[in-house]
Write a new protein. Structure first.
Length: 210
């Protein structure tokens, strides 16, 4: 996952560190998505958090609800922060695209805004792999910025990045095509708590593995 200068996504998020959490952790729609997910999970479910960041809010909320959380992130700084802030979860520094995922090994997968620096082909391929990693009936909580953009250079919290995404209907179709029944969707505008932030569209989906 490279940005406009050929710098890895890990470098971008290493630089942002705790500032990313300060800007996004209190997003109401993100927390509502987690509430909907936890309401459907059986006790002590095994959950994979893709792009786990600082561990807040996703891993923290799920651990507090009694679930076994395994986070993966490309940023070693984020992994270190998450391990310190959410000691009840486990976190690994890795690129999920190359991570071995056993079939039917998770009850749920969370992918909150973790796809945006992947190509469209990589996004579709990862969602399909995550479907296989879920037990039948397992749940996917996923969020993106629903814009029809591919390889667009942008600035994110003062850092240059290259972004690829889909508009809302296309992203919903991508999730369905990867093997999920979409149970709910929510579209909101959110302004991160950052001086350079502007309102951005967010799309949250909850899916069930077919």
């Amino acid at each position: 996952m490279d940005d406009v200068n050929g710098t890895s996504a890990a470098t971008v998020f290493d630089a942002l560190g705790a500032r990313y959490e300060q800007a996004f952790a209190d997003a109401p729609a993100h927390r509502e998505s987690l509430r909907e997910l936890t309401a459907r999970l059986a006790p002590r479910s095994r959950v994979l958090d893709v792009g786990s960041g600082t561990g807040r809010p996703t891993a923290e909320v799920l651990v507090a609800a009694g679930h076994e959380v395994h986070g993966v992130d490309v940023s070693p700084v984020m992994v270190e922060l998450a391990a310190r802030q959410v000691p009840g979860a486990s976190f690994v520094h890795a690129d999920v695209r190359g991570l071995a995922l056993a079939e039917a090994s998770f009850d749920a997968v969370c992918v909150y805004f973790s796809l945006l620096q992947m190509t469209r082909a990589e996004q579709g391929a990862l969602l399909a792999r995550l479907a296989v990693a879920l037990r039948p009936g397992g749940l996917l909580a996923v969020a993106t910025v629903p814009l029809d953009v591919e390889g667009v250079d942008a600035v994110f919290m003062g850092r240059p990045v290259r972004v690829t995404s889909f508009d809302g209907p296309a992203f919903t179709a991508l999730v369905a095509g990867a093997g999920f029944t979409v149970l709910s969707d929510r579209s909101v505008l959110f302004t991160p708590a950052h001086p350079e932030a502007t309102p951005e569209p967010h799309l949250f989906l909850l899916g069930r593995r077919d």
